[in-house]
Design a protein around this ligand. Sequence first.
Ligand SMILES: NC(=O)c1ccc[n+]([C@@H]2O[C@H](COP(=O)([O-])OP(=O)(O)OC[C@H]3O[C@@H](n4cnc5c(N)ncnc54)[C@H](OP(=O)(O)O)[C@@H]3O)[C@@H](O)[C@H]2O)c1
Length: 178
Amino acid sequence: MSAGHVFIATSLDGFIAREDGDIAWLLARDDPDEDHGFDAFIAGMGAMVMGAGTWLSVRDLDPWPYPVPVLVLSRRLAGTRPPDRLAGKVRFADLSPQAAMDLCTAEGAKRVYVDGGQVIRSFLNAGLIDEIILTQVPVLLGRGLPLFGPVAQDIGLELLSSRAFPSGLVQSHYRIAR
Ligand SMILES: NC(=O)c1ccc[n+]([C@@H]2O[C@H](COP(=O)([O-])OP(=O)(O)OC[C@H]3O[C@@H](n4cnc5c(N)ncnc54)[C@H](OP(=O)(O)O)[C@@H]3O)[C@@H](O)[C@H]2O)c1
């Protein structure tokens, strides 16, 4: 069975983007001299599942930053094809979290990078996330797109490690307690 893994950054007040999707506040704090561990993280993943909102923010990235097959969950885009340059790298599908994970399992991916606020929340509520690596940026946005939201029941987490970077970013590595 595949397991979901989250690697994401938030403002100190818990937002992944401004309401209009802007993440300039995050990119401005991305010190190229600091290794925040993304390359090591993605090297351990067999697939990625992201929401349509995240797809919109990454679809024009060149070079394409994800070395694993990407499944974009979207009711609107399901049945359409990605741009030619991403053929074979990106698929669109309208699937429940469980069905998306079952597909990843069938295709042999043990560890699945799950990205996008709404999608992460739906996977968390379905019990499909094993690990969260959360990088907090020392800025208060006041409003924006949240990472976390309502949960069906408490979700306990075990803190595996935490580290502070000279830039002020604080990265905490959690495992979901079962
Ligand atoms: N700070 C960070 O590290 C970070 C990381 C990732 C993303 N972001 C930012 O976050 C924003 C996107 O996040 P988001 O929370 O708005 O959206 P999201 O989770 O990326 O996408 C949500 C959309 O995915 C579709 N969807 C299909 N199946 C779903 C399911 N099972 N559960 C939930 N959604 C499903 C729906 O679109 P349809 O109507 O097409 O079905 C839904 O509106 C972007 O601005 C991006 O830049 C930031």
